[in-house]
Design a protein around this ligand. Sequence first.
Ligand code: ADP
Ligand code: MG
Length: 139
Amino acid sequence: MAGQNTFTIIKPLAVTKGYIGPILNKISEAEFKITALKMLHLTRGEAQRFYEVHVGRPFYDDLVEFMISGPIVVAVLEKEDAVEEYRKLIGSTDPEKAEEGTIRKMYAESMQANAVHGSDSDENAEIEAAFFFPSSDRF
Ligand code: ADP
Ligand code: MG
């Protein structure tokens, strides 16, 4: 059975540009329930660890720099088929390829500064949620 949870990050530039509210609104309109939420500034070590699967990719070092360039908002989202449904809502990694109405189409600046993260599997959703939230901070 597909999972109920996914994990998201509103990335630094989207936070700086004032898109926290609009993005959370899109998430609510799409009938995801927010079950954990906070704002924080990643350390370099945390950003490196979060994106560990991408070590060695040409974009890795720049991605880590970008992710520590300002505060972020992290959240756990609940809905039936959460991972797949949220990937549909955010759109393609490259905002130029993202469909109209998707979060990345509306709020991304570039492939790197693409507004939001979304988990790619149920297993990673749990790992990523646990990275930021102890179970006592999930509701
Ligand atoms: P997604 O976030 O859609 O799951 P990936 O997991 O492949 O995409 O990549 C993680 C993040 O790394 C992307 O969201 C984006 O910020 C950045 N990224 C991926 N590919 C590139 C690239 N070719 N150039 C710059 N940044 C990239
Ligand atoms: Mg990914």
